[in-house]
Design a protein around this ligand. Structure first.
Ligand SMILES: NC(=O)c1ccc[n+]([C@@H]2O[C@H](COP(=O)([O-])OP(=O)(O)OC[C@H]3O[C@@H](n4cnc5c(N)ncnc54)[C@H](O)[C@@H]3O)[C@@H](O)[C@H]2O)c1
Length: 442
């Protein structure tokens, strides 16, 4: 549709400007968080471009194709500038971001050297941590507070102290902590009232990550969950985000093998090629791999990874193509590989007359290099959403997440290309521009 069609031009939202400093808080200062912070600091110093960040590097087409309007997203929407970001976080092990980066071993010493003073100055706050949820880690920098209610109040106090000491105009929180043990929601997660009673009663079903979410939302801080455990996707947190008017997004950063899956599977479906099986196996040797070596923690990850194919391929609509798929996901902890994961996929597809074909993918990937720009984009876009008066689940950020949360009743979209369209059209509409449909007319 022509861009000047008056009847359907969206009304621009009233978005408050991104003035002052934006504090980015990460529970978890491990491989992902330290790589994210180091990359932003390096980009600010002009040492690198923020590669992989859609908010920083992608352009967005506006209007009809021949209008020739194609600004950078960061010049089109009022995002916080990289220079205005300040970082903080909690970790039961890492003392500061430099130490975390060195332990993680993602970045080379030569890349860390020019950033080292700044990274060393970002000191982790003592964590709310309970080994029951992450058996493989032995936390030492942990708040010495037994009551869950008091732990939540201590986090709220940390947030306020950080806000004041760093003179922050606004804050966002992105969970970069370990994957917690598998858990089903229980009665304590049903409502805010039940959750608060559970905090006071030290309910064993409340995990540390949920206490961080509660503290963030009570402090009016938008929250994204980068791990697959239950946290911001619980009914009580969705209710709290609504009543506090705070945007949220979850869960599990879409990187590595799942990123590959969401690139390839929509292609097979677009061509109406059948899929009989998808066997995925990984080796990785970082702390995340060690945590996931425990079956309870792996189960949380497995559930998040397995959901992807069904929602993309819609077996209920295409039973003869996708009705019978063997989908297997394995992760093996293999220390020599460090953060440089290797993921193998064996994909059994079939075509015309049912003839089988195979595809083998060997992705020598760097997980944290893929995850770091996602942390940046989620932080900047959640802050934008907050300033635009949005609250609750931000489904348009599904693009970044392995198990995206749905805002309504319908399941969230998993196809990366539909997710990208949704993200860009949301930005267009918020700014009073026509969505781009890619139809012959537009
Ligand atoms: N790297 C990726 O591509 C990727 C992709 C998807 C999801 N994730 C998830 O992101 C998270 C971070 O990954 P990573 O590679 O940085 O792992 P990591 O093990 O290097 O870092 C996680 C950090 O969280 C800390 N932690 C554990 N419990 C905590 C708590 N209660 N409070 C504060 N900190 C706590 C740990 O001490 C550790 O330093 C993991 O849950 C991982 O599964 C990572």
């Amino acid at each position: 549709m022509p861009q000047d069609a008056p009847s359907s031009t969206p009304t621009a939202l009233d978005i408050a400007p991104a003035t002052g400093k934006l504090g980015v808080l990460t529970p978890g200062l491990g491989a992902v968080a330290s790589t994210f912070i180091a990359g932003v600091v390096a980009a600010r110093q002009g040492l690198t471009a923020p590669i992989g960040s859609v908010s920083q590097m992608a352009h967005i087409r506006l209007g009809a194709r021949d209008d020739d309007r194609n600004p950078l997203i960061r010049e089109f929407v009022p995002l916080a500038e990289l220079d205005d970001l300040v970082f903080g976080g909690w970790d039961p092990i890492s003392a500061n971001v430099l130490e975390a980066a060195r332990t993680a071993g993602v970045l080379e010493e030569r890349d860390l050297a020019p950033l080292s003073a700044e990274l060393e100055g970002i000191v982790g706050m003592d964590a709310v941590f309970d080994q029951r949820w992450v058996k493989k880690l032995d936390g030492v920098r942990v708040k010495d507070i037994a009551s869950k209610w008091d732990q939540a109040q201590a986090l709220i106090a940390d947030i306020e102290r950080f806000r004041t000491e760093n003179d922050c105009d606004r804050l966002v929180m992105v969970w970069c902590g370990s994957t917690e043990a598998y858990q089903e929601p229980s009665a304590v997660h049903d409502t805010v009232e039940a959750f608060e009673a559970g905090l006071r009663a030290d309910d064993e079903n409340i995990s540390p990550s949920q206490i961080y979410v509660y503290a963030a939302l009570m402090s009016d801080v938008p929250f994204a969950n980068g791990a697959p455990n239950l946290s911001v996707d619980l009914p009580c947190m969705i209710e709290l985000a609504g009543t506090r008017g705070v945007p949220i997004a979850g869960k599990d950063f879409k990187t590595g093998q799942t990123l590959m899956k969401t690139l390839l599977a929509p292609g097979f479906k677009a061509r109406m090629l059948g899929l009989r099986g998808w066997y995925s196996t990984n080796i990785l040797g970082n702390r995340d791999g060690e945590v996931l070596d425990d079956p309870e923690n792996f189960k949380t990850k497995e559930v998040s990874k397995l959901g992807v194919l069904d929602t993309i391929l819609q077996p209920e609509s295409y039973p003869e193509l996708y009705g019978e798929i063997d989908h297997v996901v394995r992760i093996n902890y293999y220390p020599p590989r460090g953060d440089n994961k290797e993921g193998w996929d064996n994909i059994d597809i079939f075509g015309w007359l049912g003839y089988p074909m195979q595809i083998k993918v060997d992705f020598l990937c760097r997980d944290s290099i893929l995850a770091a720009p996602i942390v940046l984009d989620l932080a900047l876009f959640l802050d934008l959403a907050h300033r635009a008066g949005q609250s609750g689940v931000q489904e348009w950020l599904s693009f970044y997440l392995k198990a995206p949360q749905a805002a309504g009743e319908a399941e969230a979209e998993h196809d990366l290309f539909i997710q990208q369209t949704k993200l860009k059209n949301t930005l267009r509409e918020w700014m009073g521009e026509q969505p781009v449909t890619h139809s012959e007319a537009g």
